[in-house]
Design a protein around this ligand. Structure first.
Ligand code: SD4
Length: 330
């Protein structure tokens, strides 16, 4: 490279940097905190709970934990906690993770019989030298720390499972037999919040895909896939087919794209495009992302039409349909 070209590049770089610094200064002045964003319609009551904490100056970490507990306890939410649809053998197995403003995180996977896996994840984060406990180990830890074991399979979820099993037995085609039911099972809650102090935390909790294999773990408890937070930049969370999200380290990717200057919306869209470019079967599954940056800006994007998210900011809690790449709704 010639010296002059090199100097021109240097000047362009400086101009770019100063434009982005100006934008950041403007955003900093305008930011209105707190803000909480979460996936799907049941994010509305979850946001409501989170807002009670955020609006009185509470910590984002407490807000996201208490917020998602509303979905975990709701038997009508068929992809989270109590009332979640079981695996193919009839077991409700739960995955969850949480991350705070210092980059601490905790996670549980393949946990059975505990209604609030998010609180177990938080306890692992705060009370152990570890990040992730799974299966029997996670259950043992929960019971030793005062959590109660209960049957999380509701009558409705059990009936759905029996219906699914009967349908499978009547099918001759092996391919169809092995297909997971996910089209109507996209209710995982990922919640991101920024508090009045400007600190960011996130939580993600799910019963995973219905009729999954026994022992299957999705993206939701995987730090960087189902959830990621960086207090200097922002946070992201995911819903939909976990395998697709893990393959691109979805939430980490979005935070890194925001670090590079993208808005939350642009970063979510770029992550969806990444899935579409590399995963040829994207017409068969849904993935939706939400993101929040340190200025309180939010964004979302999904592969298919139909992904909704709940946004509580400036004292208004509303349900918004995300923009999407493909019109076909699944
Ligand atoms: C999983 N991502 O276990 C979860 C499922 C989901 O809304 O998001 N459902 O793959």
């Amino acid at each position: 490279m010639k010296r002059r070209d090199f100097m021109n590049l240097g000047i362009l770089g400086t101009i770019g940097l100063s434009i982005s610094c100006n934008r950041n200064r403007e955003l900093s002045k305008k930011r209105e905190l707190p803000v909480v964003i979460s996936t799907w319609k049941h994010g509305i009551p979850a946001n409501e709970k989170a807002w009670e904490i955020l609006s009185i100056g509470g910590r984002a970490l407490d807000a996201v934990e208490e917020g998602v507990k509303i979905s975990e306890a709701d038997p009508k939410v068929s992809s989270v906690g109590y009332g979640g649809l079981p695996d193919r053998e009839g077991n409700v197995t739960l995955d969850a993770c949480i991350m705070d403003e210092y980059g601490n995180c905790g996670s549980v996977a393949f946990l059975k019989g505990i209604k609030h896996p998010i609180s177990v994840a938080r306890l692992i984060m705060e009370k152990t030298p570890h990040i992730m406990l799974v299966g029997d180990g996670a259950l043992k830890f929960a019971l030793e720390n005062g959590f109660k074991q209960e049957d999380l399979l509701t009558e409705e979820a059990r009936n759905e499972w029996i219906k699914w099993k009967t349908e499978q037995m009547n099918k001759v085609n092996e391919d169809i037999k092995d297909k997971l039911k996910e089209e109507s099972n996209h209710d995982t809650i990922a919640m991101l919040a920024i508090d009045l102090q400007g600190n960011i935390s996130g939580a993600c909790t799910t019963s995973g895909l219905a009729w999954k294999y026994y022992g299957r773990v999705g993206d939701s408890p995987i730090i960087g896939a189902g959830l990621y937070c960086d207090n200097d930049v922002g946070a992201a969370g995911a819903t939909g087919r976990g395998e697709a999200v893990i393959k691109i380290a979805g939430s980490f990717l979005i935070v890194e794209l925001m670090r590079g200057g993208m808005s939350p919306f642009e970063a979510c869209r770029e992550a969806v495009k990444r899935i579409i470019q590399k995963q040829k079967d994207y017409m068969d599954f849904q993935v939706g992302f939400i993101a929040l940056n340190k200025y309180g800006e939010t964004g979302a994007y999904s592969i298919h039409k139909g992904f909704e998210y709940a946004l509580y900011s400036r004292n208004v809690n509303k349900l918004i349909e995300a923009e999407f790449e493909v019109k076909k709704q699944i």
